[in-house]
Design a protein around this ligand. Structure first.
Ligand SMILES: *Cc1c(COP(=O)(O)O)cnc(C)c1O
Length: 363
C-alpha cells in the first residue's frame, strides 16, 4: 500500500498503526459481527468504546477528577458560539469577554463572541502581523470578565504559546485544536479546553471539550440543549447521537499514544521534529519564517520561498517526492508543513532533505 507523507493542517495525518487497525476491524469489530459504524450508540459495545476513549484521554492528559470530558460536534468554530452561550448566563448582560488576539483563529473566535457579549481585546499582535504571542505583562484584562480566551496554537500563522498565562480567578478558556496532546500541560490551569479532533486526534466530526465542573450551569436560556455542556455531561455525551466512528478512531489514537509513551514521548518527538526543520530554516535565506524562536509552533511550520515565483515548482516537485499538502493557507500564502503527533520524524527528515535539494537546484 502506497502511503505518502501528509503535511495537511487538517483533516491531518492519522498514525499508520491506527489506520491499519481501523481497516482490520472495519467489517467486524472484535467478533461482534458489526462494523462500529453500524452499532447503536447505546449498545454494550459502543458504550465500552466511549468509556475507554474517555478514560484513556483522562490518563494521557492527567485530567483531574473535577473536569468533565465531553464528546461533541460542530468543530472549534461551533464552540466559538457554544462557549459564550455556556459561560455568560449568570453575568449581568452584556457580559464582557477578554480575548488575546494572536491570529486567524483568535479573530474567528472574537467575531463570533460579538454576537453574545462585549469583547475586550486584552492584547493583540496584529500590528506586527500576528507573528508572536504578546507577553503576559502587557495584557489589559477586565477584572470581572466572564472569561479570558486564548488560542494556544495559531494553526495558520504557526505561532504557539510557550507559557500558560495566569489570569487570576477569571476562567481561562483555550482553543487547543492544533496542539492538544502534543505537549504536556497542566489542565488545572484552564477552566475550558476545546479542540476539533481532525488535527491531532482523528477524523473530522468530533470536538473534544474538557470543562471544569464549576463551569457547568452557567448557560444562557437560549443555549440549544444539544450544546448545553451540563445537558451533554448529564447524558454522558449522548444527549443526541454522538459521532460514533470518529470517537472510535480517536480512541484508537489514544491507545496508540499510550503504547508509544504518552504525551511526554510525543512532546519529545515533536521537539526533535520541529528542531530539524527550524534549524534548517535558520541556516538559509532561501526560505523564510518570521516567527521569533520562542513562539515558533511545533505543530505548524509556515515558510516562504524568498523567490515566490518558485512556489508552483516547489509544490509539484514535493509531490513527486511523496510529500503532499504543503501549500500554505490561502490567507497566508507560501508553504506550511503541519507536523502533528502522527507525522513520523522520517517524514520531517524527508521534507528537509527535499528542501535542501530544491535550494541547491534553484538558488
Ligand atoms: C482548525 C482550527 C479551527 C477550526 O476548526 P473546525 O473544526 O473547522 O471548526 C479552530 N481553531 C483552530 C486553532 C484550528 O486549528
Amino acid at each position: 500500500m502506497k502511503r505518502v507523507y501528509n503535511f495537511s493542517p487538517g483533516p491531518a495525518a492519522i498514525a499508520q498503526e491506527v489506520i491499519q487497525q481501523a481497516a482490520d476491524e472495519m467489517t467486524n469489530w472484535r467478533g461482534c459481527g458489526l462494523s462500529v459504524m453500524e452499532m447503536s450508540h447505546r449498545g454494550r459495545e459502543f458504550t465500552e468504546i466511549l468509556a475507554t476513549a474517555k478514560n484513556d484521554l483522562r490518563e494521557l492528559m492527567a485530567i483531574p477528577d473535577n473536569y468533565k470530558i465531553l464528546f461533541m460536534q460542530g468543530g472549534a468554530i461551533a464552540e466559538n458560539a457554544i462557549i459564550p452561550l455556556n459561560l455568560i448566563g449568570k453575568k449581568s448582560q452584556p457580559a464582557t469577554i477578554d480575548f488575546v488576539n494572536t491570529g486567524h483563529w483568535s479573530v474567528k473566535s472574537i467575531e463570533e463572541a460579538h454576537k453574545y457579549a462585549k469583547v475586550n481585546i486584552a492584547a493583540s499582535s496584529e500590528d506586527s502581523g500576528f507573528n508572536h504571542v504578546p507577553a503576559r505583562d502587557t495584557w489589559m484584562l477586565t477584572p470581572d470578565a466572564a472569561y479570558v480566551h486564548i488560542c494556544t496554537n495559531e494553526t495558520i500563522g504557526g505561532v504557539e504559546f510557550d507559557f500558560t498565562p495566569d489570569v487570576g480567578n477569571v476562567p481561562l478558556v483555550a482553543d487547543m485544536s492544533s496542539n492538544i496532546l502534543s505537549r504536556e500541560i497542566d489542565v488545572s490551569k484552564y477552566a475550558v479546553i476545546y479542540a476539533g479532533a481532525q488535527k491531532n486526534i482523528g477524523p473530522a466530526g468530533l470536538t473534544i471539550v474538557i470543562v471544569r465542573d464549576d463551569m457547568l450551569g452557567h448557560a444562557l436560556p437560549i443555549c440549544p440543549s444539544a450544546f448545553d455542556w451540563k445537558m451533554v455531561d448529564e447524558h454522558d455525551s449522548m444527549f443526541n447521537t454522538p459521532p460514533t466512528y470518529p470517537i472510535y478512531i480517536a480512541g484508537l489514537t489514544f491507545q496508540w499514544m499510550k503504547r508509544h509513551g504518552g504525551v511526554a514521548a510525543m512532546e519529545k518527538n515533536n521537539i526533535a521534529k520541529a528542531k530539524l526543520i527550524y534549524d534548517y530554516l535558520n541556516s538559509t535565506d532561501f526560505y523564510i519564517n518570521k516567527v521569533p524562536a520562542a513562539n515558533r509552533s511545533r505543530m505548524n511550520v509556515p515558510f516562504f520561498l524568498k523567490d515566490e515565483s518558485l512556489n508552483g515548482k516547489f509544490i509539484a516537485e514535493a509531490e513527486q517526492n511523496d510529500l503532499v499538502q504543503l501549500k500554505g493557507h490561502s490567507s497566508a500564502g507560501g508553504m506550511r508543513a503541519s507536523i502533528y503527533n502522527a507525522m513520523p520524524i522520517e517524514g520531517v527528515q524527508a521534507l528537509v532533505a527535499f528542501m535542501k535539494d530544491f535550494e541547491k537546484k534553484y538558488a
